[in-house]
Design a protein around this ligand. Structure first.
Ligand SMILES: [Mg+2]
Length: 262
C-alpha cells in the first residue's frame, strides 16, 4: 500500500513517548491555536506558548511551526518566542539559524489572481481576502453558504495561469504558486541542523497538512491528524489530545499509563 491510500489512523493516546531525538513540526490554526471566525481573532493560550518553549528546549531547537499564515503573523502571535517557521505553506521559510528563504516565483500571477477575486469580496460582506507575500487566501468562514461561489471564482481566477494552483482548506481557498507545500517545507528543514537525523513528528488538522504527513511518513516519522477527515496520517487525536501528548513528551511520560486513558 502506498502512503497515499487513507487507512484509519491509530488513536494518538496509544502512541508511546518518543526518544529524545524527535523533531517536531506543528501546524498553527486548528492545531496550536483554536480556529476563530477570522484569522486576526486567533489567540495563543499561555499553556501553548509554555509548551512550545519546553518542546524546543527538549528537542535541541528542532521545533518548527508549519502554516499557511504569513511569517510576521506567526511571530506576532507567538511573541516573544521566535521559532523556525514555514509560512505561507513553505513559500517563506525561516530556518533554525534565522535565515529567511523566500520562493517568490509566481508572485506576479498571484497579484493578478488577487485582482480577479476582489470584485467578489467587495460584493459579499463577510468574505475576506488575506493577501500574503507569495499567495492569497479567500476566506468564507463567515459566509459558508458561499462555498461553491468562492470555489468557482477561485478556479476562474487561476484558469489562465498554469503557474498557480488552488489549495482548498477549512473555509478557505488558497491561490498559490505550484511547487512549495507544507511537505517540501518539512523536507527542507529535515536536510538542515538541528532537524536532520531526528525522527520527524508532524501534527496538523487541515487538508494542506496531508503533504507534510506524506513527507513525514516517507521519512519514517510520526504523522498526527488533529480532528476528523480522511488522512494519510498514522495517528489521530483531538487538539486537546495533542497538547496533552506534547506535554507528556516534555515530561518524559506516557499518556497510555495515565488513569482513565483509552
Ligand atoms: Mg490548521
Amino acid at each position: 500500500m502506498s502512503d497515499s491510500d487513507p487507512i484509519e489512523p491509530l488513536p494518538l493516546r496509544s502512541l508511546p513517548p518518543l526518544a529524545a531525538n524527535a523533531a517536531f513540526f506543528i501546524d498553527f490554526d486548528g492545531t496550536l491555536a483554536a480556529i476563530a471566525d477570522r484569522p486576526d481573532l486567533v489567540v495563543v493560550e499561555k499553556r501553548v506558548s509554555a509548551l512550545l518553549k519546553r518542546l524546543a528546549q527538549r528537542s535541541g531547537g528542532a521545533l518548527a511551526v508549519v502554516t499557511g499564515r504569513p511569517l510576521a503573523a506567526v511571530d506576532a502571535l507567538l511573541a516573544p518566542l521566535l521559532l523556525p517557521v514555514a509560512a505561507e505553506h513553505g513559500s517563506v521559510r525561516r530556518d533554525a539559524a534565522g535565515v529567511v528563504h523566500r520562493d517568490l516565483r509566481g508572485a506576479g500571477c498571484v497579484a493578478a489572481a488577487t485582482a480577479g477575486l476582489e470584485p467578489l469580496v467587495e460584493a459579499h460582506h463577510g468574505l475576506l481576502l488575506e493577501r500574503k507575500t507569495a499567495s492569497v487566501a479567500l476566506h468564507y468562514r463567515q459566509r459558508p453558504e458561499l462555498a461553491e461561489i468562492c470555489a468557482l471564482a477561485a478556479q476562474a481566477a487561476i484558469s489562465h495561469m498554469p503557474e498557480l494552483t488552488l489549495l482548498p482548506g477549512k473555509m478557505v481557498y488558497e491561490v498559490r504558486p505550484k511547487g512549495a507545500t507544507k511537505g517540501t517545507a518539512v523536507e527542507a528543514f529535515l536536510a538542515e541542523e538541528p532537524f536532520c537525523g531526528r525522527v520527524p513528528v508532524y501534527a496538523g488538522d487541515d487538508l494542506t497538512d496531508e503533504y507534510a504527513f506524506a513527507a513525514v511518513n516517507r521519512a519514517g516519522g510520526i504523522s498526527i491528524k488533529v480532528g476528523p477527515g480522511d488522512t494519510v496520517a498514522k495517528y489521530r487525536g483531538e487538539r486537546e489530545d495533542l497538547l496533552a501528548w506534547c506535554e507528556a513528551q516534555v515530561e518524559g511520560r506516557s499518556l497510555a499509563e495515565a488513569p482513565g486513558s483509552g
